[in-house]
Structure formats: C-alpha cells, structure tokens
Design a binder for this molecule. Sequence first.
Ligand SMILES: Cc1ncc(COP(=O)(O)O)c(C=O)c1O
Length: 392
Amino acid sequence: MNARLSNRGDVDPFYAMELLKLANHKRQTGMKVISLCLGQPADGAPTAVREAAIAALGSDSQLGYTDANGLPSLRAAIGAHYASDHGVDVEPTRVLVTTGSSAAFTAIILAAFDAGDAVAMARPGYPAYRNVLDALGCQVIDLDCGPQTRFQPSVEMLDALPAAPAGLIVASPSNPTGTIIEPERLAAIADWCTEHGTLLISDEIYHGISFGRPTASVLQNSPDHVAVGSFSKYYCMTGWRVGWLVVPDALARRVELLLGNLNLSTPTLSQLAALAAFSPQAAVELDAHVAKYRENRDLVLRRLPEIGIADTLVPDGAFYVYPDVSALTDDSLAWCLRALDEIGVVLTPGIDFAPVRPGSASPTDGTRFVRISTAGAAEEIAEAFDRLKSWV
Ligand SMILES: Cc1ncc(COP(=O)(O)O)c(C=O)c1O
C-alpha cells in the first residue's frame, strides 16, 4: 500500500537547515567546512543558567511535566522582564511558556486563525512563518519590503492591500536583514491593526541584540496584540528549546489548551535553568557577546567589497547580514551549493526568505541575496572571506 501523504505536509524546505545537513555530510568526508548559515550563537548558555541546570539535575525533584503553559515562576519572571525592559505590566496569566518560539508560532496560528485566513508578512521574512502558515491552510500575503523601507513593512503597504488581513507577523530585529522597526513605526502598524481587526504578532526573539537602536515591544502599544519571545538568541540557549508568548486575555486559555494537546509541556529542566537567564550575572556575559556580534557585523561589511559586493544595508541588530549578490549570480541557491562544494563555505540562499513568485520578477527576489550569519567566531568569518575572495 502506498503511504498516505497530506497536502499539508508538502511544505517548502527551510534551506538553512538543508544546507546544514549538506555541510555536516561534507564534514564527514573530511572537508573543513565553515558554516555561516545558522543563527546560532557560538557561545553556550550563561554560567548562571548552566549552574541552575546542574542544581536542578542534582536535586531529587522528578523533573516531571509542568503546567501546559509553563512553570508559574518562569511565567512571572517573563512578565517582570517586560516591566523592567519596556515599562509595561504583563500579568502572568497572559504569558505561556513554549518549546522554543517555534512552538509559540504554531500554537498562536492555530489559536487565532482558521484555514483560509490571510496572514501578511514581510518578504524577505523568516521562512518557517510562511511554511507553517501554508501547512495550516492559511493564505500568506507577502509584503514586498526592499531597502527603501529597510526591509520592513509600513502602514502604506498595509493600506495598499485589497482587504485587511486576519493577521500580520512582524519581526524586529528581523531575520534575515537585522533591521529594526522604529518604535513610532511599530506603534503606527499596531494602531492600523487595531483599527482593521488584524491580529499583530510581533516576533521579538532578537531583542537584546541591538547595536544602539531601541527595540520596542508591541505590548507597549496595546495588550490586544501578541508578543513572541525566546531564550534561543540573546540568551544563547538554542538547544534548550524555551520560548514564550504573551497573548491578549481572550486567547490565553485557547493557547493553553492547544499547548497541552500538542506538547503537554516545555522541558522542565530547561524551564528551571531559564529562570537564571534574567539574572544580572547572565546579562554581563550576554552583553559581551552582543559586542562581538557587532564586531562581526562590521567585519563582514568591511570584507564584502573585496568580493565585489557594494552598498549592503547596515543591520541594526540580530546576527545576520543580507547582501545583494546579483553582481555575482542570479541564482543564490546554486551559488551557495557551489560555495559549499568548492570551498567549504556555507551561506544561506535568499530564496529561503523571499521565494520567487511564479511568473513575476521582483527586486526583492531571494535569488539575488544571501544571508551571512555573524553569530560565530570572528576568525571563522575571516577565513570564510579569504576563501570567498580567491574563489570569486
Ligand atoms: C525570526 C525568528 N523567529 C523564530 C525563530 C525560532 O527560534 P526558536 O524556536 O529557537 O525560539 C527563529 C530561529 O532562527 C527566527 O530567526
């Protein structure tokens, strides 16, 4: 009997993960591969987090399931974090702990939208939003965002849509471009969404990794929209898989019920450890990493002209640079595959973030862009550019 295959499962690849798989394969053949394709900090979790994990393991606690919406102490700490960072009161009843922010997105999309609902997002934007929306039967509305708007959506773009979408997902700082939506612009987008009955989901998982510009939370504008956070990026805890959602009161119970059915709960050891991530000692370590990401960004921007790439937008935060490589190729995927094969350098093709629309070319097509991760070590970035320079 043939296996049954759903249409829902027919999602596009997440190319960064595909390239990672190919790179690991190359490594097994003995090639020295330099990977600048993943958004993963080179440093591990802060000392206080690791100590908290060891203490939790050493105690005689069972480390069993927690409440589906997370440990009450962690939910309270996340709420308090919004008060100290953004001056907003967030009741812990609106906070739900999730298995990375990835699980937060699945839960909020299921809780807020029905199949067929239109949800808008920036193009270029994080591929998993588009692919999960697709898999769940939502209609993705691409907002074409070029360098003129620093690759971020605007109220004018929303006004130009034929109808208000059910949802809008924004990310600031963004992946892949690292640009930040200014607080006034985020407020204007939030007001537009409130007026038009659009649920705004603000991906704030790169908060903390900003090079001087303020990063506003959507919760400063209204409790009626959704903020998504994560311990993966600033807190350097990618594999611990802890993220969170802050939702309007009306959605909290529904999301809790979905989380209980989808995941039962988020790993308990990771939740206990994450409590220590908000400590002042952790902040000292983490802020030193942010200074390194900024130096790495500057290194990449300095070296791009050596391979013939000019005028790259300066990212405001996160750990990515997103150059236009159309001077070198009109097929970013083929170019990235060749770079891996021939010189062992792994970059992410722009088509991950801005897939080509059949029948229409656009200057934001991902075929012209690549994403370079600056989350790793400066020496590796420098060596990758040495290789690229002799290669191009
Ligand atoms: C913009 C954005 N949102 C969400 C995620 C998911 O991260 P996690 O599930 O580790 O919190 C990522 C990961 O790279 C990302 O770049």
